[in-house]
Ligand binder design. Structure first.
Ligand SMILES: Cc1ncc(COP(=O)(O)O)c(C=O)c1O
Length: 440
């Protein structure tokens, strides 16, 4: 299984040929996601068993049956959920990392990979305006990043508290991503949900909510969103930072989707206040043109994260005894990890940061252009001006069933559920310029 024999040679040829063809597709076809499990069972029948098969036969089943049953999130025709738009450079380097089993666990084992990843984290920290000592690691996604960061927030609150053990809470808006709610549940924390005017969490609203709250001492963190999932709205980060300072709370900024806008000068001012975050997350697999899965998690004081996430085991002692050591594994809830920041590093080096800024700017400007065109049409209603790349509109007089019928006709499946229609009517060419209607 590990030697280079004729079967290996056959696989190298066939799999690389497939990868090459896929990389050359322009545009990438949409394919389609869900399938009847019975059809897939039928297609795969007999392949996974005690005896092996000819790799070309297995690859043939994959290419003919499985691959088309995976919707291409990087297709310009993918208009649902959050699209991906990995650069060819990033995709190629991702393949290289797999072929070379590149891991990024510890400095002892992977200094080269980690150093390059850290340069990208530094670039992000600079864009946010965090101090020199800031740092963190790449994790699988915004959900993992939010969990890891808020675990630190809770521990820090615990350490500062003199009182008996208690259930901690975090301040969130009703527009925070679902992963924040999940995180709080997993951490046995509760949410103080602060109502927002126009879906934007402000410092004043949080101050009022704390004043009205019976138990402000149980608050550990305030969570701001830099680019809400449904509408791309950036919370009042300066106001939230002020509240965090006043009440000695951890300030976490979830920029999983919108953090990429830090690279766009035209909207940079909207992020003011992020430089005061204790932790923030940006998902390069969303809007920084990296392949799945890749989320950057940066802490103002990484030592705090390390004191929470570092795993102690006899066999790991050695990784914590290296000069200049930086172990990504110490900064989130994970141990073994792929160096998933490297495809982004490679692509940034190849294309230059300016190309990223230009691409993000053009998505924002496309969204504005779309909004202007929508406003000019009498059968559409713009719900709000876009802040980033999400455009919200409704078709006047349409109900959910009309959107569903439209989607079916357009060949899209099942996107017109209440929240699901939010990204349905996208302008595909620049991926994030989805056009949608916010339910309610
Ligand atoms: C604001 C925000 N936070 C977190 C997440 C979760 O990120 P992931 O899917 O990478 O776990 C998303 C995903 O859409 C998001 O939009």
């Amino acid at each position: 299984m590990h030697s280079v024999d004729p079967t290996t040679e056959m696989m190298i040829r066939s799999v690389l040929a497939y990868a090459e063809n896929r990389l050359r597709l322009d545009p990438v076809p949409l394919d389609s996601g869900s399938r009847d499990p019975a059809d897939l069972d039928f297609a795969l029948a007999g392949l996974l068993g005690n005896e092996g098969h000819n790799p070309d036969q297995v690859l043939g089943v994959y290419t003919s049956m499985l691959a088309p049953a995976v919707i291409s999130a990087d297709s310009p025709r993918f208009l649902g959920f959050i699209p991906a738009a990995p650069t060819k450079a990033a995709l190629l380097f991702d393949m290289l990392i797999s072929c070379a089993s590149i891991q990024g666990i510890s400095w002892l084992e992977a200094a080269g990979a980690i150093h390059a990843e850290n340069q990208v984290l530094r670039l992000l920290a600079d864009r946010a305006g965090l101090p020199d000592g800031a740092g963190g690691c790449f994790v699988s996604g915004g959900s993992a990043a939010n969990l890891s960061a808020l675990a630190v927030a809770r521990e820090v609150a615990k350490r500062k508290s003199a009182g008996p053990a208690r259930r901690w809470r975090a301040i969130v808006s009703s527009d925070a991503h679902s992963s924040v709610g999940n995180t709080l549940r997993l951490l046995e924390m509760d949410a103080l949900v602060v109502p927002t005017a126009d879906h934007r969490l402000t410092g004043d609203a949080v101050t009022a909510a704390i004043a009205a709250d019976g138990d402000p001492g149980s608050l550990a963190a305030v969570v701001g969103t830099a680019g809400t999932t449904n509408a791309g709205i950036i919370d009042d980060l300066t106001g939230l930072a002020r509240v965090a300072d006043a009440y000695d709370l951890w300030f976490h900024v979830d920029g999983a989707y919108g953090g990429a806008g830090l690279f766009a000068p035209s909207v940079r001012a909207a992020y003011d206040g992020i430089e005061r975050a204790d932790s923030f997350v940006v998902d390069p697999h969303k809007w920084l043109f990296a392949p799945y899965d890749c989320a950057a998690l940066v802490y103002r004081e990484p030592a705090l994260a390390r004191s929470v996430h570092k795993q102690d085991a006899g066999y790991l002692d050695v990784i914590h005894e290296q000069p200049g050591e930086w172990n990504p594994t110490d900064y989130a809830y994970h141990l073994t990890r792929r160096a998933r920041g490297l495809p982004l590093w490679f692509s940034l080096c190849v294309h230059g940061v300016d190309a990223y800024s230009a691409a993000i700017e053009s998505a924002i400007s496309l969204a504005r252009q779309a909004a202007a065109e929508i406003s000019a049409l009498d059968y559409l209603e713009l719900v709000r001006e876009p802040d980033l790349s999400v455009v919200l509109f409704r078709r006047i007089g349409w109900q959910a069933a009309d959107y569903a019928a439209w989607a079916d006709e357009a060949g899209l499946e099942d996107v017109a559920t209440d929240a699901g229609m939010e990204r349905m009517l996208g302008l595909g060419t620049l991926r994030r310029a989805a056009v949608a209607e916010v339910a309610g």
